[in-house]
Ligand binder design. Structure first.
Ligand SMILES: NC(=O)C1=CN([C@@H]2O[C@H](COP(=O)(O)OP(=O)(O)OC[C@H]3O[C@@H](n4cnc5c(N)ncnc54)[C@H](O)[C@@H]3O)[C@@H](O)[C@H]2O)C=CC1
Ligand SMILES: O=C(O)C(=O)CO
Length: 322
């Protein structure tokens, strides 16, 4: 008898066909999340879950009596309770590597859009305000040859560093859990302590996962250390930053601007003051959202699932859960 797999995200036909060759598939084909109660009610009969937003916690695991594998369609897995999963026998996978270049492109888009005020000036033209040459009040700031500090020099951080060094001739430093000597040698970037990075960078990119250790890593104290001319970019997870402290830093002029792809609450609350600031460029968590990359991620998640259910080692089993 075929094993049963539930997918709680819309997936393309190619991935449906690929899965249906081997398993009995049930799909939640809506962009809004499957209600939690519904997931908890049906999960006991499934052997596999492919998801990207569902919380995999103790309550879920207690219900998921037959579950052998859970496959996240994303590289971040902060929706997984790692401790609870460790105590279970369930295999947990994610989708690293396939999205690195796409997310790095978007991050550079945010850096440029923020420093050169692209959305603000786009609106200026559309609103019919371009009646003469723009004056200095609308000038932006250079990106090339400035200093970029990357907090979290992992797979994506490295791709951003490469763009910054080779494309924009920037000085690039990084702060990370461990030093990346091969990256230092190949790209000419250097490690520095967080305090130094915060105090000396023109652009700061946050790119760590969200964990107990990184929750609110960037808080009021961190913003106070930054240069008043600094642009802060967050494409990691909203909760790695204390959002209230970021709002205050922007309001007080402690930093010059921010580029934000991720929020503490997603979708963002329309009353969030960040949405009303001209010096903030905001996006709806679209780092990996290109047609090609999202399809690759879904295919990768499906492959991880089939490998796990077939008793093979999945290509991308979450390291701390192996
Ligand atoms: N905005 C978006 O659409 C996307 C956001 N992401 C986020 O980016 C994160 C990073 O992705 P990857 O580069 O693939 O992960 P990665 O695991 O390759 O890199 C993360 C780096 O952060 C470092 N790190 C972890 N905890 C730290 C701490 N407490 N202090 C200092 N450094 C620490 C790690 O050593 C590692 O080098 C994901 O976990 C996800 O949350 C990823 C893809 C798309
Ligand atoms: O992969 C991730 O972690 C994302 O945030 C979406 O691609």
């Amino acid at each position: 008898m075929k094993k049963k797999v539930l997918v709680t995200e819309p997936i393309p036909q190619t991935v449906i066909d690929y899965l249906e060759n081997e398993v009995e598939l049930e799909r939640w084909d809506h962009s809004e999340k499957m209600p939690r109660e519904q997931l908890l009610e049906i999960i006991p009969s499934f052997h596999g879950l492919i998801t990207s937003k569902d919380k995999i916690d103790q309550e879920f695991l207690t219900r998921a009596k037959q579950l052998e594998a859970v496959s996240n369609i994303s590289v971040g897995y902060d929706n997984f309770d790692v401790e609870a999963l460790k105590a279970s026998k369930i295999i947990a996978t994610h989708t690293p590597y396939v999205l690195d270049e796409t997310v790095a492109d978007l991050i550079f888009g945010l850096i440029l859009a923020t420093a050169r005020r692209i959305p603000e000036l786009h609106q200026y033209v559309r609103n019919g305000k371009w009646t003469q040459s723009v004056d200095s009040s609308l000038f932006g700031h250079n990106v090339h040859h400035k200093k970029l500090g990357i907090i979290g020099m992992g797979r994506i951080g490295e791709k951003v560093a490469r763009r910054a060094k080779l494309g924009f001739e920037m000085e690039v430093s990084y702060y990370n859990r461990r030093k990346r000597e091969t990256v230092e040698k190949s790209l000419g970037v250097y490690y520095e302590e967080l305090e130094n990075l915060l105090a000396t960078s023109d652009f700061i990119l946050l790119m760590t996962p969200l964990t107990k250790q990184t929750y609110h890593l960037i808080n009021a104290k961190a913003f106070q250390k930054m240069k008043h001319t600094c642009f802060f970019i967050n494409a990691a997870r909203g909760a790695v930053v204390d959002e209230k402290a970021m709002i205050q830093a922007l309001e007080q002029g402690d930093i010059l601007g921010a580029g934000i792809d991720v929020y503490e609450q997603e979708p963002v609350d329309l009353e969030n003051p960040l949405l009303k600031m001209d010096n903030v460029v905001t996006l709806p968590h679209i780092g990996s959202a290109t047609a090609e990359t999202r399809e690759q991620m879904k295919f990768f998640a499906a492959k991880n699932m089939l490998q796990a259910l077939n008793g093979e080692k999945p290509d991308a089993q979450i390291k701390e859960l192996q």
